[in-house]
Design a protein around this ligand. Structure first.
Ligand SMILES: NC(=O)c1ccc[n+]([C@@H]2O[C@H](COP(=O)([O-])OP(=O)(O)OC[C@H]3O[C@@H](n4cnc5c(N)ncnc54)[C@H](O)[C@@H]3O)[C@@H](O)[C@H]2O)c1
Length: 419
């Protein structure tokens, strides 16, 4: 019979991935200690609160904390298994910044005992799980590592990438299939015992590098497809053809499914992860690099279009609707909407730019300090504006009645107001 994990589990990083994972495991009767370097996050979780918005997470966290199954601390305790869910951003030169993973691995090394399992969940370039093993090994020469050869190991190290969709994390964390890649088959088997606690999807065992690469390929696939849609939009604009209509028609082909164009590609994952592939094989990953460049260019194009439209007015007022990186979430990380707004405000310093987002109650740091920019309610911003730019298709925006937009220049970058 397949083994199911028993014991105490520590999760390093209580963000969008670590906290839902902690809760998913805690509600299966395992004692989970959530560890974060940010004391405010630890304090919030200890009170049973969630420091960000994610449907159904708050009730699950307060329940797990009340039951005493989930605790939070800044100090990593001893445990039987450790999950690393810390950030993996990129550096200025777009190489992977593994400093958080290294710090987490080194903290774990100080607590590691024979029989422990270490799982890297953070999205990582190929070879990172091996690197985690080397970082730990350097500090714990007393332990036999999975990379040391065929004679068995004292600890088990694996990679299990996360592929949940923000806004649906609590559903997908349970229902998605999981890829579990071990440094050895035994490592994969041991790590899988954790996911058997709560995963209803299939658990697919593989080696660590394949698991790392599979996750990156998933996001590069999305990025390339989004770049295709964005390029179609650009071509159609140049040729004065309606891109949405073209895509609608093309998608009636039984084997064609073009995505929607937009103001750019945002979030923590899709604009970042493809660079890890480019970094690993720069000569070969030419399409992936170009897709990134096409998508990165998109906010500049959208802002340029708005600036052009503004020239038609003597003193225009512009309303930009949406700041988050996607609809119906509060996550503004790597948001192309922020970049568009920033570029518009910078290019038109004399023009009043109003920004509305039901999920954002204060201007993000990238936009603060601009005199011509302010946060405003959506209805009043639309009311006052000459130009209305829809950047994120939040549900409340979709219902803004067409009569409210009459007589205004409307730039719907998401196609949300199409009849
Ligand atoms: N957010 C997503 O939708 C998503 C989806 C799939 C994969 N991922 C990947 O999961 C990983 C985590 O992403 P996230 O969105 O949860 O990030 P996040 O920024 O929301 O959370 C990470 C947390 O880790 C904490 N942290 C940093 N170093 C630490 C350490 N040494 N010990 C303990 N805590 C530490 C930070 O304070 C932060 O609270 C990243 O690699 C990301 O690419 C994210």
């Amino acid at each position: 019979m397949s083994e199911v994990f028993k014991g105490r589990l520590a999760i390093l990083g209580l963000g969008y991935i670590g906290l839902p994972t902690a809760v998913a495991i805690a509600t299966r009767g395992v004692d989970v200690v959530g560890v974060d370097i940010n004391p405010a996050i630890v304090a919030a979780v200890s009170r049973g609160e969630v420091p960000f918005t994610e449907p159904d997470l708050a009730v699950a966290v307060s329940g797990a904390v009340a039951m005493g199954r989930l605790t939070a601390t800044c100090e990593l305790p001893e445990a039987d298994a450790f999950i690393i869910a810390v950030p993996t951003p990129f550096n200025e030169d777009r190489s992977a910044n593994l400093s958080y993973v290294k710090a987490a691995a080194e903290q774990i090394a100080s607590r590691l005992k024979v029989g422990n399992i270490v799982v890297l969940e953070s999205t990582s370039p190929p070879g990172t799980t091996e690197q985690v093993c080397r970082w730990i090994s350097a500090l714990r020469p007393d332990l036999r590592m999975p990379l040391d050869g065929e004679n068995g190991a004292d600890v088990y190290i694996a990679h299990c990438p996360e592929r949940v969709l923000p806004g649906r994390i609590m559903i997908e964390i349970v229902t998605n299939d999981r890829v579990v890649g071990g440094l050895t088959p035994k490592c994969a088997e041991k790590a899988a015992s954790i996911y058997r606690l709560f995963a209803q999807g299939e658990i697919l065992l593989t080696d660590a590098a394949s698991a790392e690469m599979a996750k990156l390929v998933e996001n590069a696939y999305r990025d390339v497809n989004l770049a295709f849609a964005n390029e179609i939009s650009l071509v159609c604009e140049t040729l004065h053809i309606d891109a949405w209509e073209v895509i609608r028609l093309a998608n009636r082909h039984p084997r064609v499914n073009i995505l929607n164009p937009g103001p750019g590609v945002g979030g923590h994952c899709i604009p970042v992860d493809p660079w890890f592939i480019v970094g690993a094989a720069p000569e070969q990953a030419r399409l992936i690099r170009t897709a990134r460049e096409v998508n990165d260019q998109r906010p500049h194009h959208v802002a340029g279009q708005v600036v052009e439209k503004a020239q038609r007015f003597r003193s225009p007022k512009i309303a930009c609707l949406g700041l988050t990186f996607k609809a119906n979430v509060d996550d503004v990380r790597e948001s192309p909407a922020i970049e568009v707004v920033d570029l518009i405000a910078k290019s038109l310093p004399e023009v009043e730019v109003m920004v509305a987002d039901p999920y954002v109650d204060k201007l993000p740091k990238e936009l603060s300090g601009r005199d011509n920019l302010r946060l405003e309610g959506a209805h009043s911003a639309v009311e006052k504006a000459d130009i209305v730019v829809l950047l994120v298709e939040h549900d409340p925006f979709k219902t803004i009645r067409h009569t409210r937009l009459g007589g205004k220049v409307v730039y719907d970058t998401r196609g949300a107001w199409r009849q």
